[in-house]
Write a protein of this length. Structure first.
Length: 155
């Protein structure tokens, strides 16, 4: 067998293994994310909660900046902001220097909803982690560090 074929085989095997791992992680992370969303026990949709977390992080923030941070079109955020405002979860206030623009921020009710959602989701994960031995928890701590690195590398 030519030497070029021999050196290609291990690379193809590694490529297949990495692809299989990526597919498995995508499936498991997706299912875990769905399970955590279900543990939020809220009538607020995932897209509304996501916008609220962005608003919490950046507030006071313009709806345009929310759209950019969420990676959605401004008309979508306009509808989300209107719905959150109708629910009393955010408040709109005039921009201090531009009367044509506004800022949004969480209301006390919005902050309570986010805090409760986080608490419920964290409690669910804590119950799952409680039964693991220390070695498995150490592996998950390391995996969390690696996955956090994936997120920090993204623009």
């Amino acid at each position: 067998m030519p030497s070029g074929i021999e050196s290609t085989a291990p690379r193809l095997q590694r490529f297949a293994e990495v692809g299989a791992l990526a597919a498995d992680l995508r499936l498991v992370i997706g299912r875990l994310a769905r399970r955590l969303r279900q543990r939020g026990e809220t009538d607020v949709s995932a897209s509304l909660l996501s916008a609220m977390w962005t608003i919490e992080r950046l507030q006071p923030v313009t709806p345009g900046d929310v759209a950019a941070a969420e990676g959605v079109q401004p008309p979508t955020v306009t509808r989300i902001v209107a719905r959150l405002e109708d629910l009393g979860l955010i408040a709109r206030e005039g921009h201090p220097r531009d009367r044509r623009s506004s800022h949004v921020r969480l209301t006390a009710a919005g902050q309570r909803l986010l805090d409760r959602t986080r608490k419920l989701r964290t409690a669910y994960l804590a119950r799952q982690l409680r039964d693991l031995d220390e070695d498995d928890r150490a592996v998950l701590r390391r995996a969390a560090e690696i996955l956090r690195g994936f997120l920090e590398d993204e623009p």
